[in-house]
Design a protein around this ligand. Structure first.
Ligand SMILES: [Zn+2]
Length: 425
């Protein structure tokens, strides 16, 4: 088990707050963003916050230190838009490696110079890029795509490699608006881990963008969870767009459905008419404290509009509560013994054999399937359950075959990454 996974068993971990909100307080000008590096650059770069890793590194390091002092356990690098696609908006894509490498170094340096005695971590922040893979940018041509999956994989691989070289402990895919972009990032990370022969924990955090609880590319929370849970994730959560109050029902749902630890870093409320965030540290801490009281969360922090004062208040509130337990999920015997749908499907947990009415097409709910697959804890149980699914394949819906295979594969990879293929928790 990795160090951060051990910490997650002990306490609710604190993520840092907004980077952009603090950068704004420095009232930086075009010249600050350019430094001597881009003195003769032909395009304005003010607002390209990631560039500051190279041109005003002392500011970024200082912001990391402020969050660390406020109680953050995880520092997120200033690299949200540090990818080739987003940087191309400023014609600075040639700086992508340096932006990410230095971004990781700055957070690392803040951590190394800190007096904190608790274990703290650096998370390499990766945003979804400025282009969506599953939606058309052209109202007259629904089939048009601004970016392909393969282009995204190349883009994320470049960013991730630089973050790794700079020394991150974790990857954080955050503010996910398009699941396909997130899947490309996951694919890039898993490929990279294969190449280097080492796994790093991955946090995934989606963004609800409409009142019906969907992310921008149209998926509900449960669909989003299904789409990404083939990967061996450290956590899954929600951030940005909404405040803690508006996120409440979705975090509740996620806590019920997720086989992974749950994270949230909401905005400081909804923006006012000037696009500013008004929620005070006390207000956000009270709202988030309820999540902890309910036992819903494992990692909590802040997004847009939050400051070190917000993180300090949140960290203080979280101290009183234990983290959400993954073992609220049913145990092997109850999960496997119970009939997973009303009609005709049951599993005897001794031999993991199935009694079917031959005409049936068994339908798992997401939770039932995850319960079953989460029982795979070593090579024999993996083979047993896989053989069982393989034999019965024709009884499943095609989507379920895909889903089950993906989940099993993810589970196997996770066990393999842990290097022990034994009971994990
Ligand atoms: Zn945000």
């Amino acid at each position: 088990m990795q160090k951060i996974e051990l910490e997650l068993l002990k306490r609710i971990l604190i993520l840092d707050g907004a980077m952009g909100t603090l950068i704004q307080t420095y009232a930086l000008q075009e010249q600050d963003f350019r430094g001597s590096l881009l003195k003769d650059h032909t395009v304005d770069v003010k607002g390209n916050n990631e560039l500051l890793n190279l041109t005003r590194p002392e500011i970024i390091r200082d912001i990391h230190r402020q969050y660390l002092a406020a109680g953050a356990d995880i520092l997120c690098t200033n690299t949200f838009n540090g990818n080739r696609i987003s940087q191309a908006d400023y014609h600075t894509q040639h700086l992508v490696y340096e932006i990410n490498y230095q971004g990781a170094r700055l957070a690392r340096q803040a951590l190394e110079s800190s007096a904190a005695t608790r274990p703290c971590f650096v998370a390499g922040a990766m945003g979804p890029t400025s282009k969506l893979a599953s939606l058309s940018p052209d109202v007259n041509n629904p089939a048009a795509r601004a970016v392909s999956f393969d282009e995204l994989v190349v883009t994320f691989t470049e960013q991730a490699q630089a973050l790794l070289d700079g020394g991150v402990d974790i990857f954080l895919l955050e503010t996910i608006t398009d699941t396909l972009n997130a899947k490309a990032a996951l694919f890039a990370l898993m490929q990279l881990f294969d190449k280097i022969g080492k796994q790093f924990p991955i946090m995934v955090s989606g963004t609800i963008t409409d009142a019906s609880g969907r992310i921008l590319s149209g998926q509900t929370l449960e669909a989003f969870l299904i789409s990404i849970s083939h990967a061996p994730l450290l956590s899954v959560g929600l951030n940005c767009a909404l405040g803690a109050k508006e996120l409440r029902p979705y975090i509740q749902e996620l806590a019920k459905l997720s086989p992974f630890p749950v994270s949230t870093h909401p905005n400081a409320g909804l923006p006012n008419e000037f696009g500013e965030y008004d929620q005070s540290p006390e207000q956000i801490a009270i709202l988030l404290e309820e999540f902890a009281q309910e036992g819903w969360v494992n990692l909590v922090g802040g997004c847009c509009g939050t400051t070190p004062a917000h993180i300090r208040a949140i960290a203080k509130a979280m101290k009183k509560y234990p983290p959400r337990s993954r073992f609220q999920l049913p145990s092997l015997s109850s999960a496997v013994n119970k009939r997973v749908n009303e009609t005709n499907y049951s599993v005897s947990h001794k031999e993991l054999q199935v009694n079917y009415n031959q005409v049936s097409k068994p339908t798992y709910t997401l939770k039932d399937m995850m319960d079953l697959i989460s029982q795979v804890e070593d090579e024999p149980t993996y083979n047993q359950i896989k053989n069982h699914f393989d034999q019965q394949k024709k009884l499943y819906h095609p989507e379920q075959i895909l889903l089950i295979s993906a989940h099993l594969f993810g589970r196997f990879q996770y066990l393999q990454a842990e290097g022990k293929l034994a009971k994990m928790y």
